[in-house]
Ligand binder design. Structure first.
Ligand code: MG
Ligand code: ZN
Length: 387
């Protein structure tokens, strides 16, 4: 009887955690908002931009669900200014997956991370469910330092696609397990429960410590850490939305760059995700989209600042797909007022913008498949090892 109860409780627990991973999709429409949290934007003059010929480091920032309307919501909400506006090489990425005109974040993430179109739900595997090497893993093989940052659980589809190989995106514990098969230098995001409250009773946080990682629960706690392997699990599941998260994303981006800078003579690869822009789209909530966009832009600001100083860092900002079929119907650039509308509570099939800055940025103009972003990064890094 005891055993039966325990089993029942476990079932309930597992059921609720996986549900909690997806409940951001409930529609909660809010079409108009007046922003009142403005941030300062740093614009760089041509004179300040002296880049080397080739990038040694790449920082790829993915705004999940970030189409042109989401970007312009951010521009309007911040009274016309975004750090993103510094990025003058611009192209468009076609996001269709192998099995659907409208991609999900797993197939979209895998296209960006591994350079192959796959089926919706696939994490770092091809259409035959066979693992494909990601740019992060290839960077590791080529002795670069690597990092991942996200505002969702770090096991969620977008970051997972860079480090894990699983047939289904909902296999969060297996995805957390895949982190142990790599030499990733720094990762910061939510999802602590998938590392320490597992069905298989492994405690991956303890395993990480054994592997030499410094493990923390917040970026603040890790303020004194300047080097060495670092894992920060900032929430049990997903992090809260922008209102309750503080500066987690820009701070985590800064911390990851600090750790990766100088971690390897060969340079680094870092992926940073503004995960919840997508959730604002699913909810048809323009102010959620706007708040997440402005938070993401502050992380972009950190990456651009490093790129200007280092001169050998390519920064790319793009999305996996658009969410909400969002349009902007009105606004006031002086007040930060936005009036938007949505055509769906799901993703749309629209192409999404690609912004680039730094050495190699000129490669990103045009309209191309999302898999080309992987190919361009691979080519610019001049990797010797073949994929
Ligand atoms: Mg995502
Ligand atoms: Zn989504």
């Amino acid at each position: 009887m005891k055993k039966l109860l325990l089993f029942g409780a476990m079932f309930l627990f597992i059921g609720t955690t996986s549900f909690a991973q997806e409940n951001y999709k409930t529609v909660n429409p809010k079409h108009e908002f007046n922003n009142n949290e403005f941030h300062d934007v740093r614009y760089y003059s041509e004179k300040e931009l002296k880049f080397k010929k080739r990038p040694k480091n790449v920082i790829l920032l993915i705004g999940d669900g970030m189409g042109v309307a989401q970007v312009f919501t951010g521009i309007t909400a911040n009274k016309g200014d975004l750090n993103l506006i510094n990025m003058r090489s611009i192209g468009f990425s076609r996001t269709q997956s192998a099995d659907d005109y409208v991609t999900d974040s797993a197939a979209g993430g895998t296209a960006l991370s591994c350079g192959q179109k796959t089926y919706n739900g696939a994490i770092g595997v091809d259409v035959n469910k066979q693992p494909i090497q990601s740019i992060l893993e290839i960077a590791e093989e080529n002795e670069k330092a690597t990092g991942l940052v996200s505002t969702s659980a770090i096991t969620h589809a977008t970051p997972a696609a860079f480090i894990a190989h699983q047939p289904k995106r909902s296999m969060y514990e297996e995805i957390a397990g895949d982190f142990m098969n790599t030499d990733i230098d720094v990762f910061i995001g939510g999802g602590r429960d998938f590392f320490e409250k597992r069905q298989d009773e492994r405690n991956l946080l303890e395993e990480l410590k054994t592997k030499g990682y410094q493990v923390f629960n917040s970026v603040d706690e890790a303020s004194k850490v300047e080097e060495g392997k670092l894992a920060i699990l900032t929430a049990k599941g997903h992090n809260p939305g922008y209102k309750d998260r503080g500066e987690m994303l820009p701070d985590a981006t800064e911390k990851a760059i600090e750790i990766l800078d100088g971690a390897s003579k060969k340079g680094f690869f870092l992926m940073v995700e503004g995960s919840q822009i997508d959730w604002g789209g699913h909810q048809n909530n323009a102010s959620f989209v706007g708040g997440e966009m402005l938070d993401f832009d502050q992380a972009i600001g950190k990456a651009l600042e490093y790129a200007v100083n280092s001169r050998n860092t390519l920064v790319i900002v793009t999305a996996d797909h658009e969410t909400g079929g969002m349009a902007i119907e009105g606004g006031d650039m002086r007040k930060g007022y936005v009036k938007a509308n949505f055509t769906t509570g799901h993703h749309s099939g629209l192409m999404v913008p690609v912004f680039a800055f730094g050495p190699g940025a000129e490669e990103f103009g045009g309209i191309y498949e999302n898999t080309e972003i992987f190919n361009k990064i691979y080519k610019l890094y001049r990797f010797k090892k073949t994929k």
